[in-house]
Design a protein around this ligand. Structure first.
Ligand SMILES: NC(=O)c1ccc[n+]([C@@H]2O[C@H](COP(=O)([O-])OP(=O)(O)OC[C@H]3O[C@@H](n4cnc5c(N)ncnc54)[C@H](OP(=O)(O)O)[C@@H]3O)[C@@H](O)[C@H]2O)c1
Length: 278
């Protein structure tokens, strides 16, 4: 496979890290998004002798201004286009809190930032007939769509909000697939994976539950073949994938009216933030 230019978000731990290592070892150029500069530097050093290259991009998704600055730097480096974007960053904080942009953290980190990154990189992806792969979850099947509570602020529960944002990953993907030519869109459900996502920004009880829940889960490396299959195959069938095969998503995720409501809402929010710059 020829060298590809790939952006991975949430590249500094778990699934994103395992994927980034594999891609750089295989000879690709990976722009790795992370919120922790030290972790990015460690990853870059560990891959110094690999066939490909890792270019660290430091941005915390709780600041869309920081994300926007990073995207502007990235655009200058990617003039000839982008082959693949992997939207993978996510968080499940125990407490309801708000970002500097005023949005509930999971809503912004797990969804709105992905909409922004995907939308902004779209012209570069279209130039190469690229692919967008978003890490979703079967947890989306537990979520309802409530147009009156898109941010899931009523009776905040971390898992309920998480399921909702994972539903949004599928809905965003389906929306862009319908609206955008020249770019292909996929969602990967990685399965239950032994990572630390459920132990960050949380309390002891939730962290204990997460470790117990994932004790027999996949290793992050075991999720990588599905991403590699989507990246290496010239034109895989668009859809929702688990273990390298197409997988069923919920009826709610497929509802076109809901997708339109969700995405128009996100675009209004992003427009209000970046109005001065457009
Ligand atoms: N583990 C599972 O069982 C499972 C199941 C289904 C779906 N998923 C999905 O898989 C994806 C990866 O999760 P994971 O399990 O590999 O967990 P993880 O190791 O915690 O990875 C999440 C990544 O997102 C990054 N991130 C979190 N908050 C961020 C922020 N504010 N700004 C920028 N980046 C941020 C993390 O950065 P740090 O490295 O700095 O923490 C990390 O690199 C997520 O989309 C998750 O929803 C996981």
């Amino acid at each position: 496979m020829d060298m590809q230019t790939i952006v991975v978000t949430g590249a500094t731990s778990g699934i994103g890290k395992a994927l980034t290592i594999r891609l750089v070892e295989d000879g690709h150029a990976v722009y790795a998004f992370g919120r922790d500069e030290a972790k990015l530097n460690d990853l870059e050093s560990a891959l110094k002798k690999a066939k490909g290259t890792l270019i660290p991009i430091n941005a915390d998704f709780r600041s869309l201004t920081a994300v926007e600055k990073a995207l502007k730097r990235l655009e200058k480096k990617l003039k000839s286009g982008l082959d693949v974007l992997v939207n993978n960053a996510a968080a499940v904080p125990a407490k309801k809190d708000f970002t500097e942009d005023g949005f509930e953290t999971q809503y912004q980190v797990n969804h709105l930032a992905h909409v922004h990154v995907t939308n902004r990189l779209m012209p570069l992806l279209a130039r190469r007939q690229g692919k967008v792969i978003t890490t979703g979850s079967d947890a989306h099947k537990r979520a309802r769509f409530n147009p009156k509570d898109i941010h899931a602020l009523k009776r905040y529960h971390p898992f309920r909000s998480y399921c909702r944002t994972k539903l949004y990953n599928n809905m965003m993907t389906a929306y862009f697939r319908r609206e955008v030519d020249n770019v292909k869109f996929y969602v990967v459900h990685p399965g239950r994976v032994k990572t630390d996502i459920g132990t960050k920004d949380t309390n002891k009880m939730y962290a204990f539950f997460w470790r117990w829940f994932t004790r027999k889960g996949f290793k992050p490396e075991e999720t990588v073949p599905t991403y590699m299959m989507l990246i290496d195959t010239p034109s895989p069938k668009p859809g929702y994938y688990f273990q390298e095969a197409l997988h069923e998503e919920s009826a709610t995720a497929k509802n076109i009216d809901y997708q339109n409501v969700l995405m128009r809402h996100a675009f209004r929010e992003l427009k209000s933030l970046f109005l001065d710059e457009s």
